[in-house]
Design a protein around this ligand. Structure first.
Ligand code: GSH
Length: 234
């Protein structure tokens, strides 16, 4: 008989070092599964291995396989988990708040962070993915990885500025979910776990409330996030 871990699998992007879980989106799903107390087996995945996730109907990870069900896209996975496993609610009642965080992270933070960290991230990319990654970047940004990475400073400053309202919020509440974290926190945790994995430089100092919030999430679920080696150890 299959164990629940064998039945439930999460395809997650890894770099050349399989310990480098470098996708913010995959971290969202990982945290959502842990929040729901659902065990799963991790399926390390390279972004060119499209055939392995063909049954999801798409070309990106995370992909969750839950029994016979294939679910793609971190937001869809969160909604699927909430519907299928209602215990330990992910949204604290406010789906719209989490949706806003999702869109803010995807559309505002990630393009800026990408520019700020790409020079440090690219060396971690799996050898089999490098050419695809370079071509995709060129298509998307009309610039090469080298050109984008040459001057991370303006992007770094823009990220710090964009984080102001989040910092102000977390000065008043422990988590976006209130007293305890919810999916809004996991969305943004995924963003900064990506930064921790690919970059030597965080976007805040150790006396910032953002640091306090992030450290608490690294410790959540028996330190699942902290078990991920940071950039200096990869
Ligand atoms: N909206 C998707 C975005 C997922 C995504 O872009 N994943 C990247 C890894 S960080 C990917 O699989 N890229 C493969 C590709 O671009 O071909 C989600 O939230 O799951």
């Amino acid at each position: 008989m299959n164990t629940p871990e064998q039945k439930r699998r999460l395809f997650e992007v890894v770099g050349e070092n399989p310990q480098a879980h470098l996708s913010p989106y995959c971290w969202r799903s990982r945290m959502a599964l842990a929040h729901k107390r659902l065990t799963f087996a991790s399926e390390p995945w390279h972004i060119t291995e499209k055939q392995r996730i063909e049954r999801s109907g798409g070309v990106t990870a995370p992909v969750l396989v839950d029994g016979g069900m294939w679910v793609r896209d971190s937001w869809q996975i969160a909604c699927y988990l909430e519907k299928t496993y209602p215990d330990f609610p992910l949204f604290g009642g406010a789906v719209a708040q989490a949706l806003f965080c999702n869109k803010w992270a995807d559309n505002t933070l990630h393009p800026l962070i990408f520019r700020a960290v790409i020079a440090e991230q690219f060396p971690l990319t799996a050898r089999c993915d490098k050419i695809y990654y370079e071509e995709r970047t060129q298509r998307k940004f009309k610039k090469s990885v080298e050109e984008i990475g040459a001057d991370p400073k303006p992007a770094r400053q823009a990220v710090v500025q964009a984080l102001g309202p989040l910092e102000d919020t977390l000065a008043e509440v422990s988590f976006l979910g209130g007293g305890t974290p919810d999916y809004s926190d996991y969305i943004l945790f995924g963003t900064f776990q990506w930064v921790r994995v690919v970059s030597h430089r965080p976007f805040w100092s150790s006396d910032s409330v953002l640091h306090r919030w992030f450290e608490a999430l690294l410790d959540a679920f028996d330190g699942m996030g902290r078990a991920q080696p940071p950039r200096s150890e990869l």
